[in-house]
Design a protein around this ligand. Structure first.
Ligand SMILES: [Zn+2]
Length: 55
């Protein structure tokens, strides 16, 4: 399935990005959930939840 490969790519991309709220890099502890066409990311530092659309 193509979707699985896409998820892994997204995960790597997101973990390298940072939280706009507390300005920390998300890192390895970041919880990432994929729900239909959205990626839901919870910041391990401040708990802020962000949603990214899968393009
Ligand atoms: Zn944060």
């Amino acid at each position: 399935m193509v979707a699985k490969r896409l998820d892994i790519t997204l995960e790597k991309k997101i973990k390298r990005s940072y939280c706009k709220k507390c300005k920390s890099i998300y890192g390895a502890d970041t919880k990432i959930r994929i729900k239909s066409h959205l990626v839901i990311v919870r910041c391990p530092h401040c708990g802020d939840v962000r949603r990214f659309p899968i393009s």
